[in-house]
Design a protein around this ligand. Sequence first.
Ligand code: KG4
Ligand code: ZN
Length: 337
Amino acid sequence: MVIFAIESSCDDTAAAVVRDGREILSSVVSSQVFRHVEFGGVVPEIAGRMHCEAISFVVRQALQEADTDIDDVDAIAVTAYPGLIGSLLVGVNFAKGLAMTANKPLVPVHHLRGHIASNYISHANLKPPFLCLVVSGGHSHIVEVRDYTDMRIIGRTRDDAAGEAFDKTARTMGLPYPGGIHMDKLAEDGNPDAFTFPVPKVNGSPYDFSFSGLKTAVINTIHNMQQKGMELPREDMAASIRQSVVNILTDKFMLAAQDTGHRKLVLAGGVSANSLLRRRMDEICRKRGCELYYPELSLCGDNAAMIGSQGYYEYLSGNTADLSLNAKAEKSIEISK
Ligand code: KG4
Ligand code: ZN
């Protein structure tokens, strides 16, 4: 079964053609980051307009690269939630137009389910059930993936997402947006023990994260140093921040794995590209004899191939929509329809 997929939930306009949920026939991503970088973050109004400008070209290119026609695909999948509403609407409406004119089934896909599915493309043998750490710029969850379309949230962030924690602290250090990748590179040459930040206490659930304390501690440390006229050792600061974020993520994830009994562990989302997170999880899983999966680097960030993959499983579960489909800025990963 061949799925044509569209993703436009944030600042990447993407389209892809995917066979049977596992094989990429084409995947095109047009990034807007060069426009948002001057503002230090995504400007929703600009993002929506840029999706409008790019989407026809991206769609055409994805079809051309797969050497196929919209009439020859079996269904059209689109990210319908969650995300920036003005961005989502562009993709959803384009997908509805395609579904209507080509008379194809329309499959709404949850963006975070898509991130999880990027692993099905990278690992042909990976099947649920497993426990997944989904860490992106807007969300951070520990998700029990019981089946392809049956998910339960075990833990979540109480404030900032992991990607946001990287981006906000990176901004304080004067790094360009999105800061996560710059922080990661800088950190490779730094001493992770140069600065110590408080370990957050989260009341209620042992599996919930909190990153706002880290953000405040970093801002205070940098301001203090500036006031004293001290030069910021950028590599050391980046390495210390990265270590703190990774410690929080791995501690909670491994606790959840131990308590739920899952031994098949999966990373997903933009932050799953983080080199320390990958190394640390490799190490922990080797020691504890757990299986570990993460997406190839090209599939960690936003793309439409992952939407085509999840779209396949949503279609098989009967989760299709009619032309009244609307985008939603918020929606739980647990809810299928
Ligand atoms: O999943 P994603 O592409 O978009 C959302 O759905 O939000 O995630 C983007 C996030 C950004 O916060 C970005 O800084 C972060 O992923 N990110 C990284 C790395 N690469 C991207 N964070 C840490 N280390 C990286 N190597
Ligand atoms: Zn994403």
